[in-house]
Design a binder for this molecule. Structure first.
Ligand SMILES: *Cc1c(COP(=O)(O)O)cnc(C)c1O
Length: 379
């Protein structure tokens, strides 16, 4: 089945009791059993919920995976993956990734004796050199938030496979419409469904997709035991969002390309970070593993001062100043003081995330209106 058809039909089985075409919001905490331990597969809603089951079926289908689990947030999904590990285990991860992932690794899991080794994963040689007999997981994000760095997923899988190291990919920025890491050899795909999958800035949710049954069982056990499950209404909203993922991503990509090129040609704008540019260092890999280059763009101003960046950030009208991304409406964000404030300044600057960097989540409004808004703000 082609993606556009999957987005509409995956997980959509008519409700067995009424024939409802859309999976109902099963707002229930428990299920009545016929006799002790005789039930219809649903016992207690932390363990199973039919709205969630429908969504998990859709999640698996859109990432070409055999299985999927829905979580209460993206970070809850990441948290479950790290809980597969033991004290002493090592994780190789990107030195440029979502601030909340960095915070979870350094502030929560390091104290349980898990070691995180941060490298520039765009050069897969750095990963190969960091592997030890304690390495159990390689965590990558591509494109990265906010610098749009690209890591070659297939090359990472090639390093990991012979050593039985798991490869997990945060695929939030690309969405399943543009990139499918399981097809490139990854073991686990993670999504903040809060972003493109939900698509309407009205829900917090996370997802994990995988092919291996044993891995699915381990992650499900962690989820059931730790309890980071999404509510049925949130599952309903993401199911609804997925239906338009294909058309939304087309519009995000079209506007993204238009705005990235406009920014690049603007004399007041400095460096523009977008993997669709031929001179982007990850362009060739992006072309290989992505179907298009997305609607996330970061840029610096020629006048590289925090004050000027803050002035622009406060001057747009269609681009709302807010954290998050991937919704139909355009957002503008200052990573240094907002989404990435939890990364120490020194660390940020070292990794190329400057004080004046501006990140755009380009929505699906009319592209010319968006350019006019930016043009007035940049001045
Ligand atoms: C938002 C985001 C997360 C975290 O997801 P939540 O749903 O906010 O918990 C993880 N990775 C990336 C790339 C994100 O943008």
């Amino acid at each position: 089945m082609k993606p556009a058809t999957k987005y509409i039909h995956a997980g959509m089985n008519p409700d067995p009791s009424t024939g409802a075409i859309i999976p109902p919001v099963y707002q229930t905490s428990t299920y009545v059993q016929e006799a002790p331990a005789t039930h219809k597969g649903y016992e207690y809603a932390r363990s199973q919920n039919p709205t969630r089951t429908a969504l998990e079926e859709a999640y698996a289908a859109i990432e070409n995976g055999n299985y999927a689990l829905a979580f209460s947030s993206g970070v809850a999904a990441t948290d479950a993956v790290i809980k597969l590990l033991q004290p002493g285990d090592e994780v190789i991860c990107a030195n440029d990734m979502y601030g909340g992932t960095y915070r979870l690794f350094t502030k929560v899991f390091e104290k349980f004796g898990i070691r995180f080794i941060y490298v520039d994963t765009t050069k897969t040689e750095n990963i190969r050199k960091s592997v030890t007999d304690k390495t159990k997981l390689i965590w990558i994000e591509t494109p990265t938030n906010p610098l749009m760095n690209i890591t070659d997923i297939a090359a990472v899988a090639k390093i990991a496979k012979p050593k039985n190291i798991l490869v997990a990919v945060d695929n939030t920025f690309a969405s399943p419409a543009l990139q499918n890491p399981l097809d490139c050899g990854a073991d686990i795909v993670m999504h903040s469904a809060t972003k493109y999958l939900g698509g309407h800035s009205d829900v917090i949710q996370g997802a994990l997709m995988m092919n291996d049954k044993d891995l699915r069982e381990k992650l499900y056990f962690i989820q059931k035991s730790c309890g980071a499950v999404p509510g049925p209404m949130d599952c309903f909203l993401v199911l609804r969002g997925i239906k338009t993922l294909g058309v939304r991503m087309k519009a995000h990509c079209e506007n993204g390309a238009k705005i990235a090129n406009w920014l690049k040609a603007n004399p007041k704008v400095g460096k523009v970070y977008w993997p669709g540019f031929e001179d982007h260092p990850g362009h060739e890999v992006a072309k290989k593993q992505m179907k298009a280059f997305g609607g996330m763009i970061s840029f610096e101003l020629k006048n590289d001062s925090v004050e000027e960046a803050k002035r622009v950030l406060s001057s747009t009208h269609l681009f709302s100043l807010a954290e998050s991304l991937g919704g139909v409406e355009s957002l503008i964000n200052h990573p240094a003081s907002m989404t990435h404030a939890s990364i120490p300044r020194e660390e940020r600057i070292k990794n190329g995330l400057s004080d004046s960097l501006i990140r755009l989540s380009v929505g699906i409004e009319d592209g010319d209106d968006l350019i006019e808004d930016l043009n007035k703000a940049i001045g």
